[in-house]
Every structure is written in C-alpha cells, then in structure tokens.
Design a protein around this ligand. Sequence first.
Ligand SMILES: Nc1ncnc2c1ncn2[C@@H]1O[C@H](COP(=O)(O)OS(=O)(=O)O)[C@@H](OP(=O)(O)O)[C@H]1O
Ligand SMILES: Nc1ncnc2c1ncn2[C@@H]1O[C@H](COP(=O)(O)OP(=O)(O)O)[C@@H](O)[C@H]1O
Length: 203
Amino acid sequence: MSTPENIHTEFHRMLGRDAKEAQLKQRGHVFWFYGLSGSGKSTLANALERKLAEQGFITKILDGDNIRSGLNSDLGFSDADRQENIRRIAEVTRLFLDAGIVVFTSFITPKRELRAAAREIVGVDDITPVYVEASFETCAERDVKGLYAKAAAGGVKNFTGKDSSFEAPVAGDPDWTITTDNQTEEESLNQLLEKVLPLIKNS
Ligand SMILES: Nc1ncnc2c1ncn2[C@@H]1O[C@H](COP(=O)(O)OS(=O)(=O)O)[C@@H](OP(=O)(O)O)[C@H]1O
Ligand SMILES: Nc1ncnc2c1ncn2[C@@H]1O[C@H](COP(=O)(O)OP(=O)(O)O)[C@@H](O)[C@H]1O
C-alpha cells in the first residue's frame, strides 16, 4: 500500500487483528464468491452465514446489488467501473478482516485480473476465491431477477456472459469451485461448510 503525501496512517496504535480474533474466538478470513449473475453466490453466502451464526461465528456479507446501491452507486458495468468497484470492495473487505470478522463477498468479479487485484489488496493468505459455477443457460433459466430476459431483449448494457465477458478460473489458480447447475443448495452448502470451518476455527 502506498501512502499519499502528507498522510500519516495510524494502524500501528490500533488494537491488532490478533487481539480481535482472540476476543471473537475465531480466525478472520475472506471467502470471495464470484460467478455469473444467478449462479448462487448470494444464496450460498447467506446460507453459510446462518449456519455459522448458529456456531457462534461473527460474519459479514458484502453483496453486489447492496454495495452498488450505496458506496458504489456512482459505478456502472464498463470494464473500468467494474475494476474500481472491486478495488473499493476489496479495501472495505480488508477493514472487516482487520476486525477479525469472517467475510463473504458476492460479486461477479468477471476477470482473472480483478480477482488477482482483490487478492493483492486483501492479502493472499487471508482470501479464498470461490468460483460459484453455473452455465449461462442455467442462470438464464433461473433468471432470478428477470435480467436475462431483459438482456436478451437488448435492455441491459454490458451484461456479463452476453456482451461483457466472464473468465472462468484456469488450472493452477488457487480458487475453489462449487458447481450449482445440478446440485441442491444444501449439497453446495455442506460442501462449502466442510472447507470453510477449518479456516476460521480458532485452534
Ligand atoms: N450489465 C450487468 N451485468 C451483470 N450484472 C448486472 C448488470 N447490470 C446490473 N447487474 C446487477 O448487478 C449485480 C452485479 O454487480 P457486481 O458488483 O457483482 O458486478 S462486478 O463484480 O463489478 O462485475 C448483479 O447481481 P448478481 O445477480 O447478484 O450477480 C445484477 O443484479
Ligand atoms: N446449488 C445451488 N446453490 C445456490 N443456489 C442454487 C442452487 N441450486 C439452485 N439455486 C438457485 O439459484 C438461484 C441463485 O440466485 P442468487 O443466489 O441470487 O445468485 P447470484 O447471487 O449469484 O446472482 C436461487 O434462486 C437459488 O435458489
């Protein structure tokens, strides 16, 4: 992180993340859910949050439509705006992480370079990118928000998977993949829980 001229950051005097994590009896971590609109990011983030709350974990979900209604309401869906969207979200995510919180993000994050930027800002050891995979056809069939029908009729500019590209992870990327096309929500949730818990339990 570069510090602008005449700015003197205060991080060193603050109670550190270790102390926060000890207080919360958990380890903070960021699970960066990404994938097409309708793939299941928000559904799984919410289901996980509720399951973990039952076990006493403190979590926070950051979700695309919510953030785009507030902090990022000045941004659209051009490549440059998506880049700025992800940059700001990653910075906010890091603040929650510093407080020892388990964060689930739910953003399309369509390009590998955007995911790399998020990892860089958050810190590679503290973030797990989770590809919520579902085909364009599956998502269009679900059409949770009516956006696929609207896009097909030409009513949505830069729609991901149609006129704005989505890059799947490639071999060697550290990302988890959860494929929701033919899996129940419960199956996906259980698969995730098994992998999430070891990363956030305070050993
Ligand atoms: N053009 C276009 N393409 C894709 N999605 C669109 C678009 N316009 C609006 N929406 C709605 O915005 C949500 C995606 O915002 P994100 O911040 O996650 O996008 S990105 O990460 O910056 O690419 C997305 O939410 P999810 O369905 O939860 O993915 C949509 O509800
Ligand atoms: N295995 C699964 N995991 C998550 N969602 C699923 C699954 N199978 C079907 N769905 C359905 O897919 C839709 C996903 O919508 P949503 O979670 O809003 O997607 P996103 O946040 O990626 O835009 C929901 O209607 C959900 O019920």
